[in-house]
Every structure is written in C-alpha cells, then in structure tokens.
Design a protein around this ligand. Structure first.
Ligand code: ANZ
Ligand code: ZN
Length: 822
C-alpha cells in the first residue's frame, strides 16, 4: 500500500497547478469577481515564520472564495525599495538591485513551494522602472493638485554621521549609532498634503466598521486626532521697545478660561523669539539650544521634569482681563494648534507640573468634588460646576464650553475651531534606493515636473558601495551626470531633485497596479479597476495599522478625486493575523529562539506547517510555536489522506443511497464550515474536519464499509475542506478519488437541508379540520417556516385551489390548521 509521502506530493502538484494556471482569474464576467490581497512582502532574505502565518491566512480566504464560485484574484508582488538593500550594497560594494532581486527570486521560489494560490502572472516589484514610472506619474498628479509641496522642516541631524535620524534613532539627545549630540537641521523637503483629507479619512471609517478590526479603526482615529475647541486671542502688552501684539491659543477647554494663570509658547517657535524681552533673550537662546538636542518623542515624554523660561511679557485674558505671564517651554509643540497655549494648571496635568516647578498660581474653576490639585498634584479634568468664573459660574462643563465660545465670538476675540493631530506626510528621503522625485529645479523656471512622457526618471545604475552612503545630502547628488539635466520648460541648465520617496508611497497604490500590471497607458486600466476594486479581503500585520493603511486610504481618495477610479476606500475588509512566537516571546536573533521556516517545511512538509499555523488559534491571535505540534498535524493529514485510498465506490455513485448517519455529519460540517469561514474561525473549521475524518473512518471500519456512497461523499468533502489549509494532501486525495485536478476548481458542496435536521418531529397539517398531510420537520422550526412548508404541500395546494386561505393557525412544531376562504 502507498504511504503518505508529502515530498512526492509537493514535487508533483506544484507543477500541475502552475501548468494549469489554476489560480489565474477568468476575468470574463462569468462569475462575481473578488479580490484577496496579502500585504506584499519586503525582500529581506528568505521567507520566515511570520510570512508563513500571514500568507496561510490570506490563502484560506482566497481558496474558500474560489470554491464558492467567485472569480478570485489573489496577486503577489514585492515592496522592493528600501534601506536594507542599500545598506547591504554599501557593505558589499554592490548595487542594491543585486541584493533585492536575488532575494525576490528566493522568496518567489519559497512562496511557490508554500503553495500560495497566487496568480503569478500579475507579479510586480515596486523597484521596477515599469512600476515606479507610475509612482512618479501619480506624484505629478498630486503636484498639479497642490497636494505635493516643499517646505523647510527641521530634522534630527547627526553631525558626525552626516545623516538625518528618525525620532526613534535619537536616544537621550544622542545619535543611536555613534553617541554624538544630535542637532536640528533645516531641510527643504517634500510633503503630501494628507491633512486636507483628515475629515474624510475620519468620516469614511464609518463604512469600515464591522469589517476592519476595531482596534485598527481606533488607532487611525487617534492618529488623525480630531479635537474640537476654540482659538482664543490674548493681547500682549507692550514692553520696552517691544510693541503690543496678539497671541492666539488653541484650547479644547474654553470653559476653563478663568483658570488660566499663565501662557506658554513653544520654545522652538519663531513666536518665542518675537516676544522675548532683551533681558530674557540670552536665557531663551540657552534654553533653545538645550531643546534642540531632544527628539519629538523625548519632548512629549510625561516622565521628564518640566523646563522653561520666562519671556518677560504679559498677556491679557480676554474674559477676565487678568494679566498672565508668558513662558516658553518644550512641552508645547510648535506645530500643533497655534504653538501657544493658555495654561490651566488646576485642570491640565502638564500645566500643573509646570506651575508646581516654577511656583505659578493654581486656580480651580471646575468643582469636580476632588481634592485640591495643588495638594494631590493631580489636575482634575472631569465634569462639575464652574466656580470663580464670572458669567460662567454655576454652569456645567459642556454648557460652559458653549457659553465661553459664544462670549469670545461675540467679542471678536475667538472662535470655535477643529484641530487635527495628523501632520502632512513627509515623503522626502535622502537615500538612494527609492523612487526618484520627478522634479527638476531650474534657476529660471523654479520647480518643473518631469513631463509624463519622459517618465520614468530612472535611478542611475553606475553607483556602487560607498557611493550610495548618505553624506548629508542624498547620494543621488553625487551622480553628477544624472543630476545635470536640461530644463523641460526653458531648455536651460537645470538639476534634478535628488531626494527619493518614502517607500510608503510605493505601497500606497500597488493594489491598483495589480488589476492590470502590464498596462502602459496609465498606472492602471480603468476598466480593470472598475471590475476588481475595492479589495474584498486585505490581510496583514497590525504593525501596519496606522501608516500604510492611512496612506493607502489617502491615495485612493486622491485618485478618486482625480476622476481615475470610483472607489473611495481601498480595502473593504481587513484581517490582522497574529504573530508567531516561540516560548511566548517574539522570535529574535538576540533571544536565540528563532525557528527556521525552511527547516520546518523540510521536516514536516508544507501542509503540516500550514495546517499547524491555522489550527493553533483564531487568525487574529498569536501562535506560540512551542505549544503546537506540526508532527501531530502531519499524522492527521496522513489519516485523512488514507480515507481517499480506502474509498471503494466509483465517481458518479448516488450519494442519496448512502449511510444517513455519516451523510448527516458531512452535510452539517459543510454547513457549519461556511459560516465559520465567513466569520474567520478557520481553526474551528479544521477541528470540524477532524471530526468528519473520524466519522468517516468509523463508517469504513465498523459501519457501512468503504464501498458505501456516503464514504465517498464524506472523503470528497474532507479533500475540499483541506484544500484551504493543506493543498497538496487535498489534491492528492482528489486524484485518488478519481477526479481531475484541481480540487481548487471544484464547487463548494451543496448542502442538503434535510440532512441538517437533527431531531425531527412529524407535524400534522389539517385543512378544514381534517388531516391532509404530515411533514418531517425540525423540532425548532419557526412558525413562519412551518406555515410555508404546510402551504407548499401538494395536498394543501390542491385543496386551496389557487385561493389564499382565510386563516392559518400554526402551533410549531406540531400542528398547522388551514381555514380556506369560503
Ligand atoms: C487649556 C486647557 C485646560 C487645556 C484644560 C486642556 C485642559 P488635544 O485634545 O490633544 O487637542 N495644547 C494646545 N496646543 C498645544 C501645543 N501646541 N502643544 C501642547 N499642548 C497644546 O489637546 C488640546 C489641549 O492641549 C489644549 O487645551 C491645550 O491645553 C493643549 F483643563 O487649553 B488646553
Ligand atoms: Zn527652466
């Protein structure tokens, strides 16, 4: 007898699928189209356990939908620009493309072995000129709409490494790599105006509710950070030769205006320098120097002691007329709100800490019934009655907010405003391995976009190793031949922009390219987009909950507004798979608990590894590899596979003559599996499949026997269900049952409702008081279902003779009494 040999199966079926192009969508409108997408991989070395999990989950959905009869598109490609390739190239004196494309080939081979049901004909790489040509084309459209612009922005700068540092790379004010004190440097950089879309990005999340994980929606909401409040203007008294001036603050709590005891402006805002008196100027300059060494993260840390300097000036509270000293401090950010605040220490914790540190007054204006903040060192932010607040006294918080806004609006000293935490998207990178920004800087004409018919602006191919290292400017600046170019507008000497785009730009529209990856008339074929978008199921890690998803949503909206697509959201449903852990901890080199995917596949086979991933827990949960048993999965698969070897009836046999008990298990399994799969309870489907395997084995060994039609039916269903999780084993079973490949092309089994009925009862149907029919029904049949079944019975139909009954009395599940019309 044959034995379960996963290696032979893998060698055999992978090739058959490829030859048959099983997973290429028909794309002819003969079936409803559905688009399943896994977040595309970054080509860092070979696939790892994390890929194995994520792609196993996405594949369940793609294969399930295909069995259900949808025309499924499930493409694959690579997010292939980015730093690791560049760093590897610098180290090896090579070009980043070499490392990148070598890794892509390795991963592609692994994905094929892993039996992802991908349409390989749609493969794309964001670092291909054929792809980034259209990334640049889209940049041009954004530019025309005023959605791509340049501005100066201070960046964290390491003077020794001559490089820009991300906030995360600044540790205690020093460069993470070399320990040098970090400074701020102003660079002219490109931005996308995502803030123009803040409201829509927030609003449209309503439609994603129930289809996206709640926590992702919450993270996006917080990131967008809509705040309602007021801008209130304080007039600043003249001091010495400094004239009077207005300063506007943003507050979400205008009700606390009477509790303001000082004002604070961001230490790094120009305003601080404009306000400061001559006596205080040196103190401010020293303080600014100190603040310069901090990253944004450090500045916002609540752990740090509050620091600041008095600017020597006073502002007048527009409500109370009180004089408030003005300070500069780093806990107020220059790029949020107006960069200036009124400080209300009794009701704002940061202000309270500052007040306590500099001995400034604390005045309670909302009586929350809690302890005095000066004593408890805790600001109170809850509701209560307003006190010490003139015309606001006695109101509660909400009413006082409304009243205060009314007052300042009437006086012309303030207005209701909405503020967003979301910042514009800084897309410039001073790095080599990315999409070049298609702009030419001309001394005569200024910024000139590279004309569409001259795209792509290709990366130079002659740079190697150290030439790619950042030197304070983009490495592209060193490629003199490349930089120097004729101005498209006047023909004079001009220079290319030397920044490349954040790789998040590449991944913000790749789902649109997949619908027509070879299209040359534009970034995508409009018809194909209409046919396929939006993505019906997107699958990927929660680490992309904010940026990638927000940027993709932004791109989709802009492209919609350009009139290029109908969709306004890219992904109608999102599934975040969990992580693969080992021993309860994320796998890492330093912990030495990494598990090599290749070794697992060699030892247990692709199917056993995939089944283990999916069986371990619901897809959203983490999988701890220390707690699972790929060898157990392998044993189960062998057991399932043996059923197909034992089936002793021929294809085409009449299942209805088979063993009812087994048929009931089979049909119930199919029925439940569909519901479970729709609800992403993949692990439970596997458990149900295991039960079906057991029931089938029992029928073969001690019941109706291997020749019973029910055994063939059940085994076919096992193969179909397993095709979602263990495609090689499933295909081999399908072949053993005598069917043509591929099981993936078979149809989802039709459920015979009668076999779902668990406990049945005989219901009596009376017409005019006489028993006219008996129905076998479920004990829990509803009144409506029973009535419908009774009225559909041929005897009842005949007696009613086409007329509606006068009355139907239903006593489910036992009796229906039909009173015909006279
Ligand atoms: C007075 C006040 C009283 C405030 C109170 C809060 C509580 P969100 O909700 O995040 O929008 N703020 C305004 N601009 C700021 C800036 N550039 N940097 C740091 N803090 C700033 O926060 C709005 C509140 O944060 C504003 O309301 C302001 O403090 C502060 F009981 O004004 B509030
Ligand atoms: Zn010019």
């Amino acid at each position: 007898t044959k034995t379960y040999d996963f290696r032979a199966m893998e060698a055999n079926w992978a090739k058959v699928w490829e030859d048959l192009e099983v997973f290429k969508p028909k794309d002819d409108g003969s079936a409803e189209r559905r688009y399943v997408l896994d977040m595309f991989p970054y080509p860092s070395g070979d696939l790892h356990m994390g890929h194995a999990e994520a792609f196993a989950m996405g594949d369940v959905v793609a294969r399930y939908w295909k069995l259900k009869g949808y025309d499924v598109m499930h493409p694959i490609g690579w997010d292939s620009f980015g730093l690791p390739a560049e760093n590897a190239a610098i180290k090896r004196n090579a070009h980043p493309a070499e490392w990148t494309y070598k890794n892509i080939e390795t991963q592609a081979a692994s994905f094929k072995r892993y039996a992802i049901s991908a349409d390989w004909s749609r493969r794309l790489h964001t670092s291909d000129p054929e792809y980034y040509r259209w990334t640049q084309w889209l940049f041009n459209r954004f530019y025309e709409k005023g959605l791509a612009y340049r501005k100066n922005h201070p960046v964290n700068w390491c003077p020794k490494d001559q490089t820009v540092l991300a906030n995360e790379q600044v540790v205690n004010g020093a460069c993470e790599r070399c320990g040098t004190q970090v400074t701020k440097k102003s660079l002219n950089q490109w931005y996308f105006k995502i803030t123009d879309y803040a409201d829509r990005l927030l609003q449209d999340m309503e439609d994603l509710k129930g289809h996206w994980p709640e926590r992702v929606l919450l993270m996006q909401k917080n990131w967008i950070g809509r705040s309602e409040g007021a801008e209130v203007t304080f007039s600043i008294e003249a001091a010495g030769d400094k004239p009077a001036k207005d300063v506007t603050v943003f507050t979400t709590r205008p009700d606390t205006l009477y509790g303001a005891t000082f004002m604070v402006v961001a230490a790094d805002a120009d305003l601080a320098g404009e306000l400061v008196t001559d006596e205080q100027r040196q103190a401010l300059v020293d303080y600014q120097e100190q603040v310069n060494h901090l990253s944004e993260i450090e500045r916002q840390s609540t752990e740090r002691e509050k620091t600041g300097v008095f600017l020597g000036r006073y502002g007048i509270n527009p409500l109370s007329g009180e004089k408030l000293p003005i300070w500069a401090a780093d806990y107020v950010l220059s790029d949020y709100g107006t960069g200036a605040i009124m400080a209300v220490p009794a009701h704002d914790q940061r202000d309270l800490e500052f007040a306590l540190a500099f001995d400034l007054p604390v005045r309670v204006v909302v009586d929350t019934g809690e302890e005095d903040p000066t004593v408890s060192r805790t600001a109170t932010s809850g509701d209560g009655k307003l006190v010490n607040s003139g015309q606001l006294d006695g109101l509660d918080k909400q009413a006082a907010i409304a009243k205060a806004i009314e007052i300042v609006e009437a006086a012309g000293t303030g207005e209701h405003t909405v503020n967003f935490r979301l910042r514009d998207w800084l897309l410039s990178r001073q790095r080599f391995w990315g999409t070049p920004i298609p702009i030419i800087h001309c001394p005569q004409c200024g910024e000139v976009p590279v004309p569409d018919d001259q795209l792509p602006v290709r990366l130079p191919e002659n740079l190697r190793g150290e030439e790619l290292a950042p030197k304070g400017t983009s490495p592209l600046a060193a490629a003199a031949d490349w930089v120097s170019v004729a101005c498209p507008s006047c023909g004079g000497h001009a220079k290319r922009d030397t920044d490349t785009m954040d790789t998040f730009v590449d991944s913000s529209w790749y789902f649109l390219r997949f619908v027509s990856p070879d299209y040359t008339q534009g970034p995508f074929d409009p018809k194909a987009v209409r046919d396929w978008m939006p993505v019906g199921q997107y699958v990927g890690g929660v680490e992309h909950a904010i940026l990638h998803l927000l940027y993709s949503r932004f791109f989709t909206k802009v492209i919609h507004d350009l009139g290029l697509i109908d969709a306004t959201e890219p992904f109608s449903a999102l599934l975040n798979q969990g992580q693969v852990l080992n021993g309860g901890k994320a796998m890492s080199k330093s912990l030495g608990n990494g598990v090599d995917l290749g070794e697992q596949l060699d030892e247990y086979g692709v199917d056993a590894v995939r089944l283990t991933m999916v069986f371990a827990s619901p897809p959203e949960d983490d999988v701890d590899w220390a707690d699972v048993s790929p060898s157990g999965s392998q044993k189960f698969l062998a057991r399932a596979w043996r059923l197909a070897q034992d089936v002793a009836s021929a294809p085409g046999v009449d299942y209805t003559t088979g063993d009812t008990a087994l048929r009931q298990v089979t049909h119930r399994t199919v029925h439940e599996a569909a519901q479970l799969l729709d609800g992403h309870k993949f692990n439970v489907v596997i458990a149900k499949t295991m039960e079906l395997v057991n029931a089938t084995r029992k029928t073969i060994d001690t019941g109706a026997g291997a020749a019973d039609p029910a055994v063939r039916e059940a085994t076919g269903v096992v193969a179909q269900l397993l095709s979602l999780f263990a495609p090689y084993t499933a295909e081999d079973m399908w072949a053993a049952l005598g069917y043509e490949p591929s099981v993936a092309n078979s149809a989802w089994p039709t459920v015979d409702e009668a076999l779902l009925v668990d406990d049945t009862i005989t219901a009596v149907v009376q017409v005019k008081g006489k028993v006219r029919a008996r129905l076998e029904v479920s004990v829990d049949i509803s009144e409506a279902e029973l009535e419908a079944a009774a009225l559909a019975h041929e005897n009842v139909v005949r007696l009613l003779d086409g007329k509606a009954p006068l009355k139907v009395i239903v006593r489910a599940p036992k009796l229906v009494n039909v009173v015909p019309a006279p």
